[in-house]
Design a protein around this ligand. Structure first.
Ligand SMILES: N[C@@H](CCC(=O)N[C@@H](CS)C(=O)NCC(=O)O)C(=O)O
Length: 282
Protein backbone atom coordinates (compact mmCIF):
# COMPACT_ATOMS: atom_id res chain seq x y z
CA UNK A 1 0.00 0.00 0.00
CA UNK A 2 1.30 3.45 -0.89
CA UNK A 3 2.43 5.93 1.74
CA UNK A 4 -0.22 8.34 2.97
CA UNK A 5 0.34 11.93 1.89
CA UNK A 6 -1.57 15.19 1.85
CA UNK A 7 -3.52 14.03 -1.15
CA UNK A 8 -4.49 10.74 0.33
CA UNK A 9 -5.65 12.37 3.52
CA UNK A 10 -8.07 14.44 1.48
CA UNK A 11 -9.49 11.34 -0.08
CA UNK A 12 -11.21 10.78 3.22
CA UNK A 13 -13.57 13.69 2.48
CA UNK A 14 -15.85 14.94 3.62
CA UNK A 15 -13.78 14.34 6.69
CA UNK A 16 -12.37 17.73 7.48
CA UNK A 17 -9.21 18.22 9.49
CA UNK A 18 -11.06 18.69 12.78
CA UNK A 19 -12.72 15.30 12.53
CA UNK A 20 -9.42 13.69 11.60
CA UNK A 21 -7.70 15.29 14.59
CA UNK A 22 -10.31 13.75 16.86
CA UNK A 23 -9.87 10.36 15.21
CA UNK A 24 -6.11 10.50 15.56
CA UNK A 25 -6.45 11.54 19.20
CA UNK A 26 -8.61 8.48 19.69
CA UNK A 27 -6.03 6.35 17.84
CA UNK A 28 -8.44 5.81 14.96
CA UNK A 29 -7.13 6.41 11.45
CA UNK A 30 -9.73 7.21 8.73
CA UNK A 31 -10.35 4.49 6.20
CA UNK A 32 -8.79 4.64 2.72
CA UNK A 33 -11.06 4.77 -0.33
CA UNK A 34 -12.67 1.50 -1.36
CA UNK A 35 -12.83 0.63 -5.05
CA UNK A 36 -15.40 -2.00 -6.02
CA UNK A 37 -14.41 -3.69 -9.28
CA UNK A 38 -14.59 -6.59 -11.67
CA UNK A 39 -10.85 -7.25 -11.89
CA UNK A 40 -10.47 -7.41 -15.67
CA UNK A 41 -12.89 -4.56 -16.49
CA UNK A 42 -11.27 -1.77 -18.49
CA UNK A 43 -13.52 0.89 -16.90
CA UNK A 44 -12.24 -0.38 -13.54
CA UNK A 45 -8.68 -0.13 -14.85
CA UNK A 46 -9.44 3.51 -15.68
CA UNK A 47 -10.44 4.26 -12.05
CA UNK A 48 -7.59 2.15 -10.63
CA UNK A 49 -5.02 3.93 -12.82
CA UNK A 50 -6.34 7.33 -11.66
CA UNK A 51 -5.97 6.33 -8.01
CA UNK A 52 -2.45 5.03 -8.64
CA UNK A 53 -1.53 8.08 -10.71
CA UNK A 54 -2.70 10.50 -8.03
CA UNK A 55 -1.08 8.34 -5.32
CA UNK A 56 -4.29 8.06 -3.38
CA UNK A 57 -4.36 4.99 -1.12
CA UNK A 58 -7.26 2.64 -1.68
CA UNK A 59 -8.41 -0.86 -1.08
CA UNK A 60 -9.74 -2.72 -4.07
CA UNK A 61 -12.64 -5.12 -3.66
CA UNK A 62 -12.79 -7.25 -6.81
CA UNK A 63 -15.87 -9.33 -7.62
CA UNK A 64 -16.90 -11.82 -10.25
CA UNK A 65 -19.57 -10.52 -12.68
CA UNK A 66 -23.11 -10.51 -11.29
CA UNK A 67 -21.78 -10.89 -7.73
CA UNK A 68 -20.50 -7.34 -8.17
CA UNK A 69 -24.13 -6.18 -8.20
CA UNK A 70 -24.61 -7.29 -4.60
CA UNK A 71 -21.63 -5.13 -3.64
CA UNK A 72 -22.77 -2.09 -5.63
CA UNK A 73 -26.38 -2.35 -4.49
CA UNK A 74 -25.30 -2.56 -0.87
CA UNK A 75 -23.60 0.80 -1.36
CA UNK A 76 -26.57 2.36 -3.14
CA UNK A 77 -24.80 2.17 -6.51
CA UNK A 78 -25.90 1.22 -10.01
CA UNK A 79 -25.38 -2.12 -11.69
CA UNK A 80 -21.97 -1.22 -13.01
CA UNK A 81 -18.46 -1.01 -11.63
CA UNK A 82 -16.22 0.80 -10.88
CA UNK A 83 -17.78 2.19 -7.73
CA UNK A 84 -15.71 4.27 -5.34
CA UNK A 85 -16.54 4.83 -1.70
CA UNK A 86 -14.64 7.69 -0.09
CA UNK A 87 -15.75 8.82 3.34
CA UNK A 88 -19.42 9.66 2.93
CA UNK A 89 -19.17 9.91 -0.87
CA UNK A 90 -20.15 7.15 -3.28
CA UNK A 91 -19.20 7.59 -6.94
CA UNK A 92 -20.79 5.22 -9.43
CA UNK A 93 -19.24 6.13 -12.79
CA UNK A 94 -15.60 6.13 -13.88
CA UNK A 95 -15.65 9.74 -15.09
CA UNK A 96 -17.31 10.93 -11.87
CA UNK A 97 -14.61 9.03 -9.99
CA UNK A 98 -11.79 10.72 -11.93
CA UNK A 99 -13.33 14.16 -11.48
CA UNK A 100 -13.84 13.57 -7.78
CA UNK A 101 -10.30 12.30 -7.28
CA UNK A 102 -8.96 15.31 -9.15
CA UNK A 103 -10.71 17.69 -6.75
CA UNK A 104 -9.31 15.95 -3.67
CA UNK A 105 -5.79 15.57 -5.04
CA UNK A 106 -3.66 18.55 -4.09
CA UNK A 107 -0.37 18.01 -5.90
CA UNK A 108 -1.10 15.82 -8.92
CA UNK A 109 -3.92 16.55 -11.36
CA UNK A 110 -5.72 14.76 -14.19
CA UNK A 111 -7.64 17.74 -15.57
CA UNK A 112 -6.14 21.04 -16.76
CA UNK A 113 -7.33 24.22 -15.05
CA UNK A 114 -7.29 26.27 -18.27
CA UNK A 115 -10.95 26.25 -19.47
CA UNK A 116 -10.33 25.53 -23.17
CA UNK A 117 -7.95 22.63 -22.39
CA UNK A 118 -10.41 21.33 -19.82
CA UNK A 119 -13.19 21.42 -22.42
CA UNK A 120 -11.04 19.38 -24.81
CA UNK A 121 -10.19 16.79 -22.15
CA UNK A 122 -13.87 16.42 -21.15
CA UNK A 123 -14.91 16.02 -24.79
CA UNK A 124 -12.31 13.33 -25.52
CA UNK A 125 -13.01 11.48 -22.27
CA UNK A 126 -16.71 11.39 -23.14
CA UNK A 127 -15.96 10.10 -26.63
CA UNK A 128 -13.72 7.33 -25.29
CA UNK A 129 -16.26 6.42 -22.58
CA UNK A 130 -19.19 6.19 -24.95
CA UNK A 131 -17.59 4.89 -28.18
CA UNK A 132 -14.25 3.24 -27.51
CA UNK A 133 -14.96 1.41 -24.22
CA UNK A 134 -18.10 -0.38 -25.47
CA UNK A 135 -16.44 -1.18 -28.82
CA UNK A 136 -13.25 -2.77 -27.40
CA UNK A 137 -15.32 -4.83 -24.94
CA UNK A 138 -17.70 -6.05 -27.66
CA UNK A 139 -14.77 -6.81 -29.95
CA UNK A 140 -12.97 -8.90 -27.31
CA UNK A 141 -16.09 -10.77 -26.22
CA UNK A 142 -17.08 -11.44 -29.83
CA UNK A 143 -13.84 -13.35 -30.32
CA UNK A 144 -13.54 -15.00 -26.93
CA UNK A 145 -17.04 -15.76 -25.80
CA UNK A 146 -17.31 -19.17 -27.43
CA UNK A 147 -14.39 -20.27 -25.25
CA UNK A 148 -16.33 -20.66 -21.98
CA UNK A 149 -13.43 -22.05 -19.87
CA UNK A 150 -11.30 -19.04 -20.81
CA UNK A 151 -14.07 -16.51 -20.02
CA UNK A 152 -14.74 -18.26 -16.73
CA UNK A 153 -11.04 -18.06 -15.86
CA UNK A 154 -10.95 -14.36 -16.66
CA UNK A 155 -14.07 -13.59 -14.66
CA UNK A 156 -12.90 -15.53 -11.61
CA UNK A 157 -9.79 -13.39 -11.24
CA UNK A 158 -9.45 -11.55 -7.96
CA UNK A 159 -12.85 -12.81 -6.75
CA UNK A 160 -13.33 -14.43 -3.33
CA UNK A 161 -13.15 -18.25 -3.08
CA UNK A 162 -16.94 -18.38 -2.63
CA UNK A 163 -17.60 -16.36 -5.79
CA UNK A 164 -15.06 -18.45 -7.69
CA UNK A 165 -16.86 -21.64 -6.68
CA UNK A 166 -20.34 -20.30 -7.41
CA UNK A 167 -19.50 -18.62 -10.73
CA UNK A 168 -19.49 -21.81 -12.86
CA UNK A 169 -22.99 -22.58 -11.54
CA UNK A 170 -24.49 -19.26 -12.65
CA UNK A 171 -22.23 -18.97 -15.70
CA UNK A 172 -24.88 -20.15 -18.19
CA UNK A 173 -27.21 -17.38 -16.98
CA UNK A 174 -24.55 -14.66 -17.16
CA UNK A 175 -23.30 -15.75 -20.54
CA UNK A 176 -26.86 -15.53 -21.91
CA UNK A 177 -27.17 -12.01 -20.49
CA UNK A 178 -23.81 -10.97 -21.96
CA UNK A 179 -24.55 -12.46 -25.39
CA UNK A 180 -27.86 -10.61 -25.56
CA UNK A 181 -26.65 -7.40 -23.92
CA UNK A 182 -23.64 -6.99 -26.22
CA UNK A 183 -25.43 -8.48 -29.23
CA UNK A 184 -22.61 -10.91 -29.92
CA UNK A 185 -22.90 -12.47 -33.36
CA UNK A 186 -20.84 -13.69 -36.31
CA UNK A 187 -20.49 -10.07 -37.49
CA UNK A 188 -20.16 -8.21 -34.19
CA UNK A 189 -16.34 -8.47 -34.05
CA UNK A 190 -16.04 -6.76 -37.43
CA UNK A 191 -18.54 -4.02 -36.55
CA UNK A 192 -16.79 -3.35 -33.25
CA UNK A 193 -13.37 -3.39 -34.95
CA UNK A 194 -14.52 -0.69 -37.39
CA UNK A 195 -15.79 1.42 -34.49
CA UNK A 196 -12.43 1.04 -32.72
CA UNK A 197 -10.62 2.09 -35.90
CA UNK A 198 -12.78 5.21 -36.21
CA UNK A 199 -11.76 6.35 -32.73
CA UNK A 200 -8.13 5.38 -33.39
CA UNK A 201 -8.22 7.45 -36.61
CA UNK A 202 -9.32 10.47 -34.65
CA UNK A 203 -6.50 9.94 -32.14
CA UNK A 204 -4.04 9.42 -35.03
CA UNK A 205 -5.07 12.83 -36.40
CA UNK A 206 -4.71 14.44 -33.01
CA UNK A 207 -1.18 13.01 -32.61
CA UNK A 208 -0.10 13.82 -36.18
CA UNK A 209 1.59 17.10 -35.20
CA UNK A 210 4.05 15.18 -32.99
CA UNK A 211 2.56 16.22 -29.65
CA UNK A 212 3.45 14.23 -26.53
CA UNK A 213 -0.04 14.15 -25.04
CA UNK A 214 -3.56 14.40 -26.44
CA UNK A 215 -4.32 17.75 -24.81
CA UNK A 216 -1.79 20.35 -23.67
CA UNK A 217 1.67 19.30 -22.59
CA UNK A 218 0.74 17.00 -19.70
CA UNK A 219 -0.72 13.56 -19.14
CA UNK A 220 -4.45 14.03 -18.51
CA UNK A 221 -7.71 12.16 -18.01
CA UNK A 222 -8.03 12.07 -21.82
CA UNK A 223 -4.79 10.08 -22.20
CA UNK A 224 -5.57 7.80 -19.27
CA UNK A 225 -9.09 7.08 -20.52
CA UNK A 226 -7.93 6.41 -24.05
CA UNK A 227 -5.24 3.95 -22.99
CA UNK A 228 -7.37 2.15 -20.38
CA UNK A 229 -10.38 1.72 -22.67
CA UNK A 230 -8.27 0.75 -25.70
CA UNK A 231 -6.48 -1.93 -23.64
CA UNK A 232 -8.73 -4.93 -24.50
CA UNK A 233 -7.73 -4.46 -28.15
CA UNK A 234 -4.01 -3.97 -27.43
CA UNK A 235 -3.29 -6.19 -24.41
CA UNK A 236 -0.55 -3.96 -22.94
CA UNK A 237 1.93 -4.95 -20.26
CA UNK A 238 1.29 -3.25 -16.89
CA UNK A 239 -2.48 -3.57 -17.25
CA UNK A 240 -4.25 -4.24 -13.97
CA UNK A 241 -3.97 -3.96 -10.21
CA UNK A 242 -0.72 -3.49 -8.35
CA UNK A 243 -1.90 -5.24 -5.20
CA UNK A 244 -2.85 -8.60 -6.71
CA UNK A 245 -2.08 -10.37 -9.94
CA UNK A 246 -4.44 -10.87 -12.86
CA UNK A 247 -3.60 -13.36 -15.53
CA UNK A 248 -2.50 -12.01 -18.92
CA UNK A 249 -3.74 -14.03 -21.88
CA UNK A 250 -1.00 -15.13 -24.22
CA UNK A 251 -1.45 -14.29 -27.88
CA UNK A 252 -1.32 -17.97 -28.79
CA UNK A 253 -4.49 -18.53 -26.72
CA UNK A 254 -6.40 -16.08 -28.91
CA UNK A 255 -8.06 -16.77 -32.28
CA UNK A 256 -5.76 -15.88 -35.18
CA UNK A 257 -8.21 -13.34 -36.67
CA UNK A 258 -8.24 -11.54 -33.32
CA UNK A 259 -4.45 -11.54 -33.10
CA UNK A 260 -4.19 -10.12 -36.63
CA UNK A 261 -6.48 -7.20 -35.80
CA UNK A 262 -4.73 -6.64 -32.48
CA UNK A 263 -1.35 -6.46 -34.24
CA UNK A 264 -2.78 -4.01 -36.78
CA UNK A 265 -4.12 -1.77 -34.02
CA UNK A 266 -0.82 -1.92 -32.11
CA UNK A 267 0.97 -0.61 -35.17
CA UNK A 268 -1.19 2.49 -35.60
CA UNK A 269 0.09 5.74 -34.02
CA UNK A 270 -2.85 5.63 -31.58
CA UNK A 271 -2.13 2.02 -30.60
CA UNK A 272 1.58 2.70 -30.15
CA UNK A 273 0.64 5.78 -28.12
CA UNK A 274 -1.58 3.81 -25.73
CA UNK A 275 1.13 1.17 -25.30
CA UNK A 276 3.64 3.94 -24.53
CA UNK A 277 1.30 5.38 -21.88
CA UNK A 278 1.04 1.97 -20.23
CA UNK A 279 4.84 1.69 -20.26
CA UNK A 280 5.64 5.18 -19.08
CA UNK A 281 2.68 6.40 -17.03
CA UNK A 282 1.11 3.27 -15.57
N1 LIG B 1 -20.23 4.42 -17.77
C1 LIG B 1 -19.74 3.44 -16.84
C2 LIG B 1 -19.54 2.13 -17.54
C3 LIG B 1 -18.99 1.07 -16.63
C4 LIG B 1 -19.22 -0.34 -17.18
O1 LIG B 1 -19.70 -0.52 -18.30
N2 LIG B 1 -18.87 -1.34 -16.37
C5 LIG B 1 -19.05 -2.74 -16.73
C6 LIG B 1 -17.73 -3.46 -16.60
S1 LIG B 1 -16.65 -3.09 -17.95
C7 LIG B 1 -20.00 -3.40 -15.75
O2 LIG B 1 -20.02 -3.08 -14.60
N3 LIG B 1 -20.74 -4.39 -16.24
C8 LIG B 1 -21.52 -5.24 -15.41
C9 LIG B 1 -22.99 -5.02 -15.45
O3 LIG B 1 -23.47 -4.17 -16.23
O4 LIG B 1 -23.67 -5.73 -14.72
C10 LIG B 1 -18.45 3.97 -16.22
O5 LIG B 1 -17.73 4.72 -16.91
O6 LIG B 1 -18.17 3.67 -15.07
Amino acid sequence: MMAYNATSFLCFTGWHAGIRRKLVQNDLEPQPCRLITIAISHYCEKARWALDQLEIPYIEEPHAPLFHRLATRRRGGKQTVPLLVSGTNTLTDSTDILQYLDTVSLDKKLYPTEPELRRQVDKLEDLFDTQLGPATRRWAYSYLFDNSPLILRLWQQGASPVERILLPIIFPLISRLVRQGFELSATSAETAYNQIKQVFDLVNQQLADGRSYLVGDRFSAADLTFAALAAPALRPENYGPQTYRIEKLRLKELPQAMVNQLQELRQTPAGAYALRLFREER
